[in-house]
Design a binder for this molecule. Sequence first.
Ligand SMILES: [Zn+2]
Length: 371
Amino acid sequence: MTKVKEIVERFEKFAPQDMAEPGDPVGLQLGSLSAEVKKMMVTLDVRPEVVKEAIDQQVDFIFAHHPAMFHPVKHFDLSVPQNQMYADLIKHGITVYAAHTNLDNAHDGMNDWLAAALGLTATSSLLPLKEEPLDQLCVYVPRTAAAAVRRALAQAGAGSIGNYTGCSYTAMGTGRFLPNQAAQPLIGRVNQPSQAVEEKIEVFVKPQVVSQAIQAMLAAHPYEEPVYYLVPVHGLNQKYGMGRVGQLKQPMTVEEFALKCKQIFQIPELRVISPNLNQIISRVAVLGGSGSQFYPAALQAHADVYLTGDLTYHTGHDILATGLTVIDPGHHIESICKPKLKHLFEKWRSENDWQFSIIASKLNTDPFKFI
Ligand SMILES: [Zn+2]
C-alpha cells in the first residue's frame, strides 16, 4: 500500500515547500502523512461540494492547489459550513494536502502551464528569481568503508544534480586521532596516537533529504565518532520565480488576444483594462491567481499585456494610467492544474509501481456566475 508520505515526497522533489512564498500555508492540511491511499483526487479548491464529491467517490486523499485552511480555525462550531467540511473530512478519513505558491513557482508548474496554454515561447520568470536552499555534506571515512558510505548517501537521495544521481567528490588524506580509555576504535589502539587513510566525501544535499542522508551516512559509517559537517552553499541552487513572461508566436491586437484567452480557458467573460484594444501586442506576462499587485514587474519586463486574476477597481485605475494592458480572466483559470497534476501523478505512479487510482474533481469551483 502506498502512503500519503511517499506521494508527497515525490511531489516535493518537483515543487519543494521551500519554493512557496513566505506565510503561505502549504503542505499537509488535515489528516495523516502515514495514511494509506487507495484513491486520490486532484482539485483546484477544497470546498464542501468537492468534499461531498470525494466522499461519493470513496477518495481517501485530496491533493489541492489552494490550501483548505487559508484562515486559522478559532472554534469548531459545526454550524459554520467550513468547520462542517473539516468534520466531514475527518469523519471519512480523508487526508488533504495543498501545494500552492510552490506549485506556482515550480519549473513546469502552474505558471508554465498557463504560459504554455497561451502559446508563449522564450519564457522567463516575471518576478526576480530566488534560490532554493542547498547544503554540502562533508564526511571523513576510512578508505575501506568509503564506497559503502557513498552508496548509502546516493540511495538516500544525496548528490542529485539535474539528470544525475549519486554525484560526489572525494579527496584523499590522513585522519589522526587519540582514542581515550573508554573508546572502542576501529583503527588504532586506546591511548595511542593513531592515523588512518581517509576519504573526505563531499555531496550536495537538498533540504528535503538532509536528515535521511545523514541517517544513511551514519548507518554506513564504521567509526565510533563519525566526523561530518553541513555547510549552506550558493551556486548550484535551483532558481525559481513567480509568474512568467514570454513571446506570442504571432503578434495580434489586444482584442484578438482577449478573445483567444476566452477560448483557451473556456470562460464566458473576462475583463480588460487597456488604453487601446487595437494595439498590436507580442510580449505577454502571466501570473495565475491574484497577481494585480505585481503589475509594475510586468511593466519592467516590457510586457504589452499582463494576464492575472482578482483585479480591483482602484488598482485598475492605477494600471490604466500606466498604459499597460491587463486582462483579468478570473482566478478559476488555475483549474488547468487538474489535468496537469493528474498526468504528473500518473507518471510517478507508474515509475514507482504504486497501486492506487487517481481522479480529478469534475466540479467547477468558480464562485462567480456571469449573467
Ligand atoms: Zn490561486
